[in-house]
Structures are given as structure tokens and as C-alpha cells.
Design a protein around this ligand. Sequence first.
Ligand code: ATP
Length: 180
Amino acid sequence: MRFFVSGMPGVGKTTLAKRVADEIRREGYKVGGIITQEIRSGPKRVGFRVIAIDTGEIGRLAYVGYGQPRLGKYVVDVEGFEKVAIPAISRALREADLIVIDEIGPMEFKSNEFLKALGLVLKSEKHLLATVHRRLVDRYRPLGEYYWLTPENRNEVFAEILGKIKRGLKNENSSDKAKD
Ligand SMILES: Nc1ncnc2c1ncn2[C@@H]1O[C@H](COP(=O)(O)OP(=O)(O)OP(=O)(O)O)[C@@H](O)[C@H]1O
């Protein structure tokens, strides 16, 4: 099962990804991958950090400043991002029942290692929940179930995705047991 969730900035993509990860973990399954959060200084957004879902390790993805590669006012810290994100995705590929990737976006695309890791995830049979930047939607929408998140539908979409993942994992477990 693969789910791709997109929507306007601030609509709740990260919140949905985190809530699904928490609920699936609470059911006793292993969840891995990455969550992206903004870094704030008071009311100002001054960058982004990446967090490994399994270990909680934090890396810097972007900051306001001078340097390359850049996207608008942000400099992408490719090394800081890769140090946390690539091992987190590799571990998830080995160990997790569900891989969460928040997000597939233009900043992450500055990392070739991320693109490679994402390619491996998409080649694998692992269940995936990914949030996708709205400009990259066309590329990922055909690869799974796609949702465009709005303030009106976000709780419903959360419940629907969570329900589908739970059922999928339970069915797998029971068919594994039947094989034993
Ligand atoms: N289902 C929800 N109910 C109430 N508030 C929500 C919900 N989802 C998100 N929010 C609030 O909206 C704000 C933005 O959420 P979030 O960071 O998840 O959005 P995002 O789409 O990931 O943003 P970005 O475009 O920066 O990645 C947060 O303050 C969050 O608490």
C-alpha cells in the first residue's frame, strides 16, 4: 500500500504523517522514515529540520543564509539532511512495517542520496505514506493512492489512511500466521 498526500503549505501534511506514525506504532508495528519540521525563531521561519522517526535523531535540512544549493531564501544543508535521513530510510527499508517520508519536496531533491533511497523505497514492497510538495504531485500521484489535503477533509483523510494501513498490516499478519 502506498499513500501520497499533498496540499497547500501549512494545511497539515506533517501533522497527518506524525499522527499516522504514532498510531501505527501504538498498534505494535515498526515505523521508520523521516519527518520534516520548520525551525522557528519567534514568529519567523528560519529553516527546516529532519527527524528520524525511529531514533528521534535530528538533522538540519535548510537555513536562511548565503550559500548553495539554495531555494528562495533557504540554503539547503545537503550534508546535514543526508546524515540523518539516509540512514533512517535505510533502516526503515530493512526493519519497518511502515515507511513514512515527510516530505518529498524540492529541498530534499537537492540530495542525490535521497533520490536514490526514495527509488529503493518505491522498488520495495514496503507500505509507504509520503507527503509530497504540490509541485511534484504529478510524478507521484500515479504510484499509489493520492489525497489532496484541505482543512475540511484532513481529519477524514487521516482516519481513512490510518484505517487502510491498519487493515493491511493486520491482514498480512494473519496470512503470515496461516503460512506457519
Ligand atoms: N487536523 C488538524 N486539526 C487541527 N490543526 C491542525 C491539523 N493539522 C494541522 N494542524 C495545524 O496546522 C499547522 C500546520 O500543520 P503542519 O505543519 O502539519 O502543516 P504542513 O502541511 O506540513 O506544512 P508545510 O507546508 O510547512 O509542510 C500546525 O500548527 C498544526 O497544529
